[in-house]
Every structure is written in C-alpha cells, then in structure tokens.
Design a protein around this ligand. Sequence first.
Ligand code: SF4
Length: 236
Amino acid sequence: FKIIRIEECVKYQISENQNNFIELNLPVDPKSFALILDRITTDDIILFSASRDQEIIEVRKLISSLLNREIKNPVVIKKTYEDENYDELIVHTSADFGSLLIDGLIDGVWIESLKHEDKSTLLSFRILQASGSRISSTEFIACPSCGRTKYNIEQAFEDVKKATDHLCGLKIAVMGCIVNGPGEMADADYGYIGAGNGKVNLYKSRDLIKQGIDEKQAVAELIALIKKYGDWKEKN
Ligand code: SF4
C-alpha cells in the first residue's frame, strides 16, 4: 500500500486499481476535504491522522459528509499516543476508537504509541476484536464474581484461557454461579459456570450438558466437550 498525503493529490490524479491510503491530518481543512471528494477512486482508503492530545470527534462529521455523497471507501484512523502507563493507553485508545468501530463508521485503527510501540499491533487487534470488527482470537467473557461464587474462579479463568486461547472465533464464558451465570454469559459458545462448593456445570450455548463436575477436572471436561462438538483444534 502507498500512503499519499492529500497535498500530493493536487499534483497528479490518483491511479485506478491501486489501493492507496489518502492521508488527511485532523483537523481537516475544507479545501483538503473537497479534494478528497473530487479525486478519490473506489480502491482508495481514507486515512485520518491525529497527533497526540488531538480529539478525533470531528471524524463523525466527516464520515457523515462522505456517506451523504455516497462515498463508501474504507476509513482508517491513525493517532499518536505518548502514555507511559500501558493501562492508560488501553483506556485512551478504546475510548477513541471503540464507539466509531461499534457504530460501523471506521474500518481500521492505526495506533502509534511512542512508549509501547511493541504492543501497538496487539492492542489494535484487541480493540477490533472487542468491537466485533475483526475476530482474531478466542473471546472470553467472565463475571467479576461475588458472594455466590463457590469455586476458585480466578484460577479457573486462567486455566481455561491457557487451554483455549488458540481457538480463534470461539466465545467462552467463565461465570461464578448458576443463578445469574447462564443469563449473563450472553451468546457464548461454551459456558463454564460455578455450581456450588468446588463444582462446575458446563454448557454448550445455552444448553446444560454436564453437571456438578469437580473443579479440578472441569477444564479437561471442557476440552472434551469442545472436541465432541467439533470446535477443537490442536495448538500449533
Ligand atoms: S454471575 Fe453469579 S457469581 Fe458472577 S457476579 Fe453474577 S451473581 Fe455473582
């Protein structure tokens, strides 16, 4: 892919059948935006770039203008962050991109982290996965646990994750109790739900398949269940 600054579009017509990223810095000035409307071809990808501390709320208005003109090219947002703390980076990137992805307004994210460059790609995939835009790993759902949890849910969650994190596309719920767990595990493919002191029930979707399993055996039983329903793959 080639990245073309919007100013360069003035010099030549963008060629057809070539996937170019056409980059516009936020805030976008009206002249640059008019150029996009005039020069863009169906194969191009629009790249809105924001520097650190810059709000990207303006993107909603710009995308709305594109859609009003029937321009449905993919849109990617690139933003630079300088958070020292990785947890803060997660919060800031999720807040910036999450709602735009969930509303289907953008197609990709480009996180440029000055302090956590090595984790930027993984974080991008996590945000795409959480918003349902691109599934690239197993999805886990868990409750925070409470007084109704009568087994070691923290350990169980770690063990389930370790055993199944290569099953891309599957949703697995680890819940604390059978009172609210089945209802709160949303649309998980498999449920691992506490059922009293040291006991676990296993679900396939919303159907209860195995009851009262000792928690020490429950991860192995979950794997057996996933195999039985044809969703298991060996780790590479
Ligand atoms: S699912 Fe059960 S254990 Fe988990 S938070 Fe809800 S009530 Fe508590």
